[in-house]
Design a binder for this molecule. Structure first.
Ligand SMILES: C[S@@+](CC[C@H](N)C(=O)[O-])C[C@H]1O[C@@H](n2cnc3c(N)ncnc32)[C@H](O)[C@@H]1O
Length: 273
């Protein structure tokens, strides 16, 4: 009987899938989210006032973070790679989620809690990496940050790649080359979560470009040009690389035209087992 179970593909261990964390029926989602926001922001006090205010503002106002948790999109993926990670907010959020789930504070109404065991962030800006390291140094997740240009950085083997609002900083050829390397790093059951602006939505895309320029100027960086695509063009690129793609609008409460692409690797030649 045991033999039969082991041979059932539904019973076979999935890469990165660990025992499911406990969920508590009595936990109200809004209260759970507020606690996660507090928990994920708190480590940034160690990185200074700006880092803490930025963490609270970004995690609290950007709809993508709560949506990923509510939908269970980070579940069952042990090795996470966050490209263009900024000050590493996702690492801190993953840590707060692990603690909430372990303590039975995960709302039953949400999808399964994230299962991250390993986190690598790649970020170009040294100041962001310094803030990320200062904030997250004591976390049990022990996130690793690499200060590098994603176009050249080595990508570790992983189960989940997250790229939020980053790819438009590099040209179309560099976007395609990076996504091909992401596909190889993921192997056959991996998943990419890619948030992009939809260039077909002219008004929303212009709003995000305007904010990008303002933020890069305020942060004292050279203002780079940006390279967009329509959602249809992103989808075509990803499908050509061996991903099955779903698109979700992801700019609720903002003036932007952001879309989250859930891209699941489909088997291709040369995949790792
Ligand atoms: C809009 S921020 C998004 C940060 C983070 N993903 C988030 O959602 O909070 C874009 C980030 O991409 C980084 N970035 C831009 N070009 C990059 C490159 N070539 N390599 C690595 N990081 C890059 C920027 O420095 C910035 O931190």
């Amino acid at each position: 009987m045991k033999q039969e179970l082991a041979e059932d593909p539904r019973e076979a261990p999935q890469p990165g899938r660990e025992a499911r964390p406990a969920r508590a029926d009595g936990v109200a989602p809004d209260a759970a989210w507020r606690a996660l926001l507090d928990g994920a922001s708190a480590p940034y006090r160690a990185a200074g006032r700006f880092a803490w205010h930025f963490a609270r503002g970004k995690l609290g106002r950007d709809p993508v973070f709560r949506a990923l948790l509510e939908r269970g999109e980070l579940a069952g993926r042990a090795r996470v790679l966050d490209i263009g990670c900024g000050q590493g907010l996702l690492a801190s959020l993953l840590q707060a989620c692990a603690e909430a789930a372990a303590q039975g504070r995960w709302p039953a109404a949400w999808g399964e809690a994230p299962g991250a065991r390993q986190y690598t962030g790649i970020e170009l800006m040294t100041r962001d990496v310094a803030r990320a390291q200062a904030a997250t140094a004591g976390l049990a997740l022990a996130p690793r940050f690499v200060c590098a240009d994603m176009r050249q950085a080595e990508l570790p083997d992983c189960d989940l790649v997250v790229i939020l609002d980053v790819l438009h900083y590099v040209d179309h050829a560099a976007q395609a080359a990076l996504l091909a390397r992401v596909r190889s790093a993921l192997g056959r059951r991996g998943r990419l979560l890619l948030r992009v602006g939809d260039m077909d939505d002219a008004r929303g895309f212009a709003a995000s470009q305007w904010v990008d320029r303002l933020v890069t100027t305020v942060r004292g960086h050279r203002v780079p040009p940006t390279w967009g695509r329509s959602v249809a063009q992103w989808r075509e690129l990803l499908q050509g690389l061996g991903f099955a793609v779903q698109a979700l609008p992801m700019s609720r409460g903002t003036p932007f035209a952001n879309v989250l692409l859930l891209a699941d690797a489909t088997a291709i030649d040369g995949d790792r087992a």
